[in-house]
Ligand binder design. Sequence first.
Ligand code: SF4
Length: 153
Amino acid sequence: MELRVAGFLDNSMVNGEGLRSVLFLSGCRRRCPGCQNTDMQDFKYGESVSAEEIFNRIKSNVPIIKGVTFSGGDPLEQAEGLINISKEIKKLGLNIWCYTGYTYEEILKEKDSNKLELLKYIDVLVDGEFKAELTENAPKYAGSSNQRIIRLK
Ligand code: SF4
């Protein structure tokens, strides 16, 4: 399966706790004023990359990294493609953080089977739209104070 990838960081300290690889997925239906990644809102932005290639890139950073972060764009828009990658990431003993414009409650209410399946593998969900007027007092690793760092595990 191919995913539309906007970018990849082999190791980052600012996209979740500890040293992490970061996968940026293309496509987001929201238009948050002040969005830092407007290019990545486009579902055609970036390049198509196979799940296998993505996983191998992640694996090449083991054992340096502590986990993997899905960002974007909105990773949940490509939830189906992320499920198998996530299963393999967990087998490596890595934790998974995921940023999304959806709130946790919206995901549960929508009952999309792929999004719900993906949630099973996510350790930490950073949820909700970015609100430029709420950047003060934002939790560490979040962009605005309405966003929550939800530890699902
Ligand atoms: S949810 Fe994130 S990527 Fe999507 S428009 Fe808002 S800030 Fe940008």
